[in-house]
Design a protein around this ligand. Sequence first.
Ligand code: SF4
Length: 512
Amino acid sequence: MALNPPGAVGLGLEPGLIRKAIAVFKDKARFYRYPVYRRAALLLEAFYRLLSAVCFPTQVSSSEYPTVARLGSFEAVAAHCDRSTNPYVDYYENVLFPYIASSQARVVGISMVFAVQSVQALVLGRMPKERFPRIHITLGGAYLSQWVLLMKDDQLFDLFTFADSVICAEGEKPFSELLERVINERPLGGLPNIIYPDRAESAIRRFGVLEYGVLAELPPPDYSDLDPGSYLSPEPVISYCISRGCYWGGCAFCQNRYGDNRIRRYQAVPVEKAVGEMERLSEKYGAVHFNFSNDAIDPVYLKRLSEALLAGGQKFIWSTDLRAESFFTAELCLQLARAGLNCVAIGFESGCQKTLDSMDKGYDVGILRRVMKNFYDAGIATQAMGIFGFPGETEQDGELTVRFPEENVDRISYYVMGLLMVLPGSKLYDNPHEYGVSSISFEQNPMMTPEPVWRSDIRMSARSVNALYNRLSRLEEQFSINDYPYVGAIVHQTWLFLFHTGSRYFKASQTR
Ligand code: SF4
């Protein structure tokens, strides 16, 4: 992206300032000084606001871009192949496409993990497809996987004006096989997890049943073609998929399946293999920080992992998502902290036992409080994530959820509250009436993206939700950082703060 977009002059933001702000994100000495970091982040946000003015009506920030659902049609998405609409096109044309041309690539794979990536992923498919017709463009990623499983054939034909194939769900094996087929100019029929257009027959070809890989047999990630220095981060953080799926797998709202297909089996990398791979990854990329990109890892595994890490004497710093199980005693949390665990993300969901039970969360509020304290007191930062709006939740129930961070400031480092969505792949979506959802509709969503409109006769009113959010905002005085992702999710900057400063860092008194 150009750091000096046309039209920037005269709007009160010097392009040189942005370069200085970016330098802060890459400099350890300044990055970890919160006031300096905060100023750089504000400058970057100001730059994006300026960019939004230049590309009006496209609204863009460091972590947001209009989604396909918001644009509402493939024609509107295609308009984002133009530099006047999409500020990233300049980078694609001047940097990325010359690189693709020089690499003589036969296949380009593009991930669409989150809705916010949906438009850029399609643009990144369409533009090279037009410039390099011999290159096979394949799309994948969690968001797209959910989306294509909802699409009718005519929508898929539209999608395939942006790409040549889609790989659903886990992609390691299908993508490897796709590479082999394309390079040897063989047809794609029979590949696992693939959807593609059969243009000769004017038909869409879909896989039969989704296949999932065996994590223990997969190689570690290979980031050797990425430049860690280009991320807005003072030190590299390695994303490492140490487990897949969820050993609990019961929460009604959780999108833990793809379409009508079966729930993902929980699996974790065997402990010895995981420790060996972390050592080699750390050495190869000069990094000590690991973010375990997983759903929810089981506590017994974490105990064994921490024992192995301590026995090996390696000093890694790592973070993970997990469930607040009573297994996490004060003693175990201290052991995990000694083994390098620095931050945990816990979906507490609600402070109301009745709502937790309706969600099939399998939590006891008392245990939740105790476990969060055990982590926090061990110096492990706790991210608490909650949800408003589950069917049957009243404003009084929601108040208990607001009171949860209020009353547990002594054990929560950072919190985030979202609104319930009824997502394809969840129990709520499959059995709506069982949970009080009266209807699920895609009427206002012609692209069939996986964000249906849902209704419930026992749903909290918008006025009540607003009142709860207003009350929650009063907590901001005690929590300094409560934007998520703060700047640039890819580099886990919020995690990095926690890595270095421990559980109390996000409290206002610690950052001023
Ligand atoms: S919300 Fe978390 S704990 Fe619940 S099923 Fe999903 S991954 Fe598991």
